[in-house]
Design a protein around this ligand. Structure first.
Ligand SMILES: Cc1cc2nc3c(=O)[nH]c(=O)nc-3n(C[C@H](O)[C@H](O)[C@H](O)COP(=O)(O)OP(=O)(O)OC[C@H]3O[C@@H](n4cnc5c(N)ncnc54)[C@H](O)[C@@H]3O)c2cc1C
Length: 557
């Protein structure tokens, strides 16, 4: 008997096989800037389809374990992680996925664009990182915070080192069991102790608990209630030997999670743990913490976009191998339309995430207009890409039929890992409420509306249908944003916050895709215009574009 054995999906080199990534790098960095990044990107890409893919698999199949006591009852609280996890840790340092925007030579080469190059690295590496992208996000957030405040230079040097023997990552301890979104309910306290401080309280979700340090929120003794009065503190996780837990830091247990299984996520008890304030303990400190949170939210968007692109690659690879209804799945009109929709969504998520990193780089270099736009763009990027990632991941599984539901294909992980993206660093609703805050303060919706209007105007002659759809959406959004800004706490506005935020996010994506399309068209590349039009028809016009998705699938990649 001949037994049929299905060939699994192969993975192409993610850098050379991604014209959208390369096109955006050409535009945002200039061709010389992109050329200067090419070797870095090619080196990482080669590792992603080789040893890092194997390390990723190893880390996923050997989840971390906590040993709380040794044989004699001594408290050791050792978190054992796999060889694959350690390989990812070393790769993250070597490839500078945290360090790049802080390295003097990178800042000299690309200026604010170092954040753009960093996003490209994350896009290539994140999906095959066994979610080491999580500690990377938190380390980058901590590094941005230490850079901004000038505090703890010795920790900053380690967070941004490219030497695997020196580099460390950071945790971020905000959530308590009584409040993740509602951090005003935090009960962790900080009391002065000589020159330092001591923290006491329980933290409920502490990812990458193997990290050398964490940034923890606590309320200094005597500070008032509410979230604004919380202050970020740096907490060393280990004692001087680098192995034993620091005095007063206990890991109570590891979470048994749906996804991100290679990441050790712990519950932590702080019992007089040594800590160093990262903001003035006598003043409200939450605003300082937001420097970190904006960075990790953008990493979340990068993880969403990178995962969507990689899922697409796997689904396309499988479709090229699988036979249905007497033909190759990749030739089937209905399946092609399905893949085309996924390609358009992946392109939209990428544009939004990349825009966030570009704005962050400019804001960090003192560009006030970029900072004003980032205030709204960061929560929009995080929430819109998080929702897209979950919907796409579900579809990717379905693209594999039953095989997509079987663990050792590696495919179910796409869905399990995507589901965390809309939860941590602010759920969709919590970010939508943050969007209302952004709309009603500072420059409000003005920078965003300006971008939408300019993109629609610029596209009027070349893509009149898309331009008209975006202009119409912009007019409606301007009115709705004004209503929301006028009374952000009204029941009606709050109830509609998610809908409004998603519409804003999708319209911003449309504008970004159109901007890129205009640049590409001048160079004779019409593919970005096709992507922009299809995004706008699907997301702003709610049109059925299945026939176009089927017909143009090859150009959407
Ligand atoms: C895998 C994983 C890793 C994590 N790692 C970390 C970590 O390293 N550090 C850390 O600090 N935290 C971490 N978290 C915690 C995460 O940030 C919180 O779970 C998240 O912020 C939500 O908080 P919560 O669990 O208390 O849910 P809740 O805040 O109780 O939310 C419950 C529901 O209420 C809704 N809701 C809450 N507030 C509002 C509002 N104002 N308006 C409308 N709806 C609202 C939410 O959208 C949600 O649907 C992690 C979580 C996961 C799943």
């Amino acid at each position: 008997m001949t037994r049929f054995v299905q060939t699994g999906p192969s993975l192409r080199d993610p850098y050379t096989a991604d014209p959208q990534l390369r096109g955006w790098l050409d535009r945002l960095l200039g061709e010389d800037g992109h050329a200067a990044a090419k070797q870095r990107l090619a080196d990482l890409s080669a590792e992603v389809i080789g040893p890092l893919r194997a390390a990723h698999h190893d880390a996923e199949t050997h989840p971390p374990a906590l040993t709380r006591f040794d044989a004699w009852g001594r408290r050791i609280e050792r978190v054992e992680t796999s060889a694959g996890w350690q390989a990812q840790r070393a790769a993250a340092a070597r490839h500078a996925v945290v360090a790049l925007p802080y390295l003097p030579d990178a800042r000299a080469a690309w200026g604010p664009g170092a954040r753009v190059v960093q996003h490209a690295l994350l896009h290539l590496w994140g999906p095959e990182s066994a979610t080491f992208s999580c500690p990377v996000a938190m380390a980058d957030g901590a590094a941005a915070l230490l850079t901004q405040t000038g505090a703890q230079r010795q920790w900053l040097a380690r967070l941004t080192s490219t030497d695997p023997a020196v580099a460390v990552t950071s945790g971020q301890w905000m959530t308590e069991s009584q409040g993740g979104s509602d951090i005003a309910r935090s009960t962790t306290t900080a009391r002065p102790d000589g020159d330092g401080w001591r923290l006491t309280g329980d933290k409920w979700f502490c990812s990458a608990i193997d990290s050398a340090m964490a940034v923890a929120l606590a309320r200094p003794e005597g500070a008032g209630p509410g979230s604004r009065n919380l202050v970020p503190y740096l907490v060393p996780r280990y004692a001087a030997d680098g192995v034993s837990p620091a005095d007063g830091v206990q890991v109570l247990r590891l979470k048994d999670k749906l996804g991100t299984r290679a990441v050790p996520t712990g519950e932590v008890r702080l019992d007089g743990a040594e800590a160093f304030p990262l903001a003035d303990p006598a003043a409200p400190g939450l605003a300082t913490m937001m420097t970190l949170v904006v960075v990790t939210r953008l990493h979340n968007a990068a993880a969403a976009a990178g995962g969507m692109r990689r899922g697409l690659e796997y689904a396309l690879g499988y479709a090229a191998e699988r036979t249905v209804a007497g033909g190759i799945l990749a030739d089937n009109p209905l399946h092609r339309a399905t893949l085309g929709g996924l390609a358009v969504d992946a392109a939209g998520a990428f544009a939004l995430a990349m825009h966030g990193f570009a704005l962050l780089g400019r804001a960090e270099h003192g560009d006030a207009a970029a900072a004003a736009e980032l205030r709204l763009a960061a929560p929009l990027a995080k929430l819109a890409t998080g929702r897209l990632a979950v919907a796409s991941a579900s579809e990717y599984l379905e693209c594999f039929g039953g095989a997509g539901y079987v663990e050792d294909t590696g495919i179910p992980r796409l869905l399990r890992d995507a589901q965390v993206l809309p939860i941590w660093e602010g759920t969709t609703n919590v970010l939508s409420v943050d969007v209302l805050r952004a709309l009603s303060g500072g420059d409000g919706a003005a920078p965003l509306l300006h971008r939408l209007t300019a993109a629609a105007d610029a596209a009027t002659h070349r893509l009149p249908g898309a331009a008209e759809a975006l202009a119409g959406a912009t007019a409606r959004l301007a009115a709705d944003a004004a209503t929301a800004a006028a009374d952000p706490r009204s029941t009606r506005v709050l109830a509609g916050a998610r809908e409004l935020a998603l519409r804003l996010g999708h319209a911003l994506t449309a504008a970004l895709l159109l901007e890129h399309a205009a640049w590409a068209a001048e160079r004779g590349d019409e593919r970005p215009a096709l992507l922009a039009s299809l995004w706008i028809l699907r997301r702003l016009g709610q049109a059925d574009v299945s026939a176009e998705l089927h017909e143009h699938l090859g150009q959407l990649m």
